[in-house]
Design a protein around this ligand. Structure first.
Ligand SMILES: *Cc1c(COP(=O)(O)O)cnc(C)c1O
Length: 374
């Protein structure tokens, strides 16, 4: 935890600048190395990162790709999902969890979420499964694991592939196992503001399945197993060496940075105790890594305005439930069909949360929220 700051106002919602100061020298050395080798695409730096991240997660394979969205599409294709197949996705997530399904011609079918953890509700998931369903995408939203034992039980019974969306959950554990290692594959985004972020777009797929890993490697690189011999209709969804180098260096700090987030969350929980708010929930045997610190209140818009007037930035993740995005009009989803997802969109508010957030900043936010409810 950084020292208490004297600054009273201007608490940002998130900040990645502080991270880079800590590792500036290492990054600069890394840049020099990459420039010298000039092996920019799928070079040794990519292999090095893939090996390190696979070990961190505890998966047999890690395949670096262009971003988290492409990672979902590739994982689905490698798991055998085809155009016209249905894939069950939670109704409350970042839109990419579902657009990546539509991108390969498959059909996203939405399930509701658990109101405490904001992750997929297994009963609603089971109801959403039809004869056409081939896969489910549990999302470990905000850094809290989905209930993987229930998800796996239903998926195994129905013989479905499970692609875990871990884009917000680097370093999050469920019953002592890292998220992304329960299903067929796990996908990660390294968008700069994620718990582990690149300095541009990047993503990865982790899996223990040799066939899935091989297929992802082929599909990310123009469907080629052998150069200039394309066996499959593939893509350019590769990870570049520069991003891989940055990720290898930043990965060494991930646990420390996640612990700083957890410490800030502990202070928020103490400071906001007793107020008419729903605080984030950490289920037993789960490690919440607080990608976002999300509270819930019916007076959300008023509170956000009040905090903004006091120099505190907050965010609404997410204002629109997945099934009601305009881009999914063609699916003819109905308003009212996923009540918990819809209600969450109206009541959630993310408070400032980032590694290195000051004790003074957290206390200031808590004091202003108390003042609001007085
Ligand atoms: C960020 C994110 C993605 C997409 O990752 P990109 O790297 O931006 O493509 C997918 N799912 C969730 C839940 C995310 O937060």
């Amino acid at each position: 935890m950084a020292e208490a700051t004297k600054t009273k106002a201007n608490v940002p919602l998130m900040s990645v600048e502080a991270q880079h100061f800590e590792i500036q020298k290492e990054l600069e050395q890394g840049f020099k190395k990459i420039l010298k080798a000039s092996d920019f695409i799928l070079g040794p730096a990519v292999k090095e990162f893939e090996a390190a991240f696979a070990q961190f997660v505890g998966a047999k394979h890690c395949i670096g790709v262009s971003n988290g969205t492409d990672a979902i599409s590739l994982a689905l294709l490698a798991a055998g999902v085809k155009a016209g197949d249905e894939v069950v996705v939670p109704g409350f997530s970042f839109v990419a969890s579902a657009t990546a399904v539509a991108a390969i011609g498959a059909v996203p079918v939405f399930a509701d979420i658990n109101p405490k953890t904001y992750t997929i509700d297994e009963k609603s998931m089971e109801k959403a499964i039809s004869k056409k369903t081939m896969a489910v995408i549990p999302v470990h939203l905000f850094g809290h694991p989905a209930d993987m034992s229930s998800v796996m039980e239903v998926a195994t019974k129905k013989k479905l592939a499970v692609i875990e969306d871990c884009a917000q959950a680097h370093g999050s554990f469920y019953e002592s196992k890292h998220v992304g290692t329960f299903g067929t594959a796990g996908i990660f985004s390294f968008y700069p503001s994620k718990n582990l972020g690149a300095i541009g777009d990047a993503g990865a797929i982790v899996t223990d399945n040799d066939k899935v890993a091989e297929m992802v490697r082929i599909l990310r690189n123009q469907g080629q197993r052998v150069k200039y011999h394309s066996e499959y209709l593939g893509y350019n969804h590769r990870l570049d060496s520069l991003q891989a180098m940055v990720l290898t260096i930043k990965m060494r700090k991930l646990t420390l940075w996640n612990n700083q987030r957890r410490e800030a969350a502990r202070m928020y929980a103490q400071g906001l105790k007793g107020l008419p708010l729903q605080l984030p929930f950490e289920a037993q045997d789960c490690t919440h890594v607080y990608h976002l610190y999300v509270i819930k209140t019916k007076r959300r818009d008023e509170l956000q305005k009040f905090l903004n007037e006091n120099g505190i930035s907050t965010g609404v993740y997410y204002p629109v439930p997945m099934h009601l995005h305009k881009c999914f009009d063609y699916l003819k989803n109905k308003k009212g069909s996923l009540p918990v997802s819809e209600e969450s969109c109206k009541t959630v508010l993310a408070l400032p949360m980032f590694p290195g957030i000051g004790v003074g900043q957290v206390n200031y936010v808590c004091s202003k929220i108390k003042e609001f409810f007085r």
